[in-house]
Design a protein around this ligand. Structure first.
Ligand SMILES: Cc1cc2nc3c(=O)[nH]c(=O)nc-3n(C[C@H](O)[C@H](O)[C@H](O)COP(=O)(O)O)c2cc1C
Length: 185
C-alpha cells in the first residue's frame, strides 16, 4: 500500500474529478526534453510551437508522437499538415523555447532555421536533433490532438538537452555521477 500523505489528501479526488492545479503540479514532476514543432501551410506560412509532449512511439516502423492543444493558434495547420518537423532543443536554447511558446507571436528568426527543400518544413538549425516527419495520423486526445509522425529524416548533434521540469527550463548533468545508470535500449 502506498503512503497516503497529507498532500495526497489535500489533492484528493473530488466527486467531479481531480483538482486541476494538483493535476498540473503532478505532471510538472515528469522531467522532459523541449522541442519546437514546426510546419508550413499551402500558402507558405510557417508555424512553430514549443512542445514537450514529444514521445517515441515505434522503432519499426519509425513513428513518434506529439500533442498539440486544440486552442493553439497553429492547431489547424498541424492537423492539416502533410509534413512536420520536430527540433529537440539544447541547453542554450531557452530563449528560443520561450519565444515559440508565445501564442501567435512572430517566432522565426532568419538565421535560426533552415527550410527542408523537399517539404518546405522549417527546422531549427542548431537543435540537438531534428526529425522530419510525414503526418501519419492525427487522433483526438481530450483538449489536444495527437499528431503521429512517420520519421523520414533525422540529424543529431552533440550537446546537452534543454529540460522542462517543475515549470522551469533547466538542463541535466550527464555521466560520472553516482546516480547515473547506463542502459542499452
Ligand atoms: C516548456 C513548454 C512545453 C510546452 N509543451 C506543449 C505541448 O506539448 N503541446 C502544446 O500544444 N503546447 C505546449 N506548450 C505551449 C505552447 O508552446 C503555446 O501554447 C504556444 O503559444 C502555442 O503557439 P500558437 O498558439 O502560436 O500556435 C508548451 C510550452 C512550454 C513553455
Amino acid at each position: 500500500m502506498p503512503d497516503i500523505t497529507r498532500d495526497h489528501v489535500a489533492h484528493a479526488v473530488a466527486a467531479a474529478g481531480i483538482d486541476q492545479a494538483a493535476f498540473r503540479d503532478a505532471l510538472s514532476t515528469f522531467a522532459s526534453g523541449v522541442t519546437v514543432l514546426t510546419t508550413v501551410d499551402a500558402s507558405g506560412q510557417k508555424y512553430g510551437i514549443t512542445a514537450s509532449s514529444f514521445t517515441s512511439l515505434s522503432i519499426d516502423p519509425p513513428l513518434v508522437l506529439i500533442c498539440v492543444a486544440r486552442s493553439a493558434y497553429s492547431y489547424a495547420a498541424f492537423e492539416e499538415s502533410r509534413h512536420f518537423g520536430i527540433s529537440v532543443l539544447h541547453d542554450g536554447q531557452a530563449d528560443l523555447a520561450t519565444r515559440y511558446a508565445v501564442q501567435g507571436g512572430a517566432k522565426f528568426l532568419d538565421d535560426e532555421y533552415a527550410i527542408d527543400g523537399r517539404t518546405g518544413v522549417p527546422l531549427i538549425r542548431a537543435a540537438l536533433t531534428t526529425l522530419l516527419c510525414s503526418t501519419h495520423e492525427v487522433m483526438p486526445g481530450g483538449d489536444h490532438g495527437i499528431l503521429i509522425g512517420a520519421v523520414e529524416d533525422v540529424a543529431t548533434h552533440a550537446g546537452l538537452p534543454l529540460v522542462n521540469y517543475a515549470r522551469e527550463l533547466t538542463t541535466v548533468q550527464v555521466g560520472g555521477g553516482s546516480r547515473t545508470h547506463a542502459f542499452g535500449r
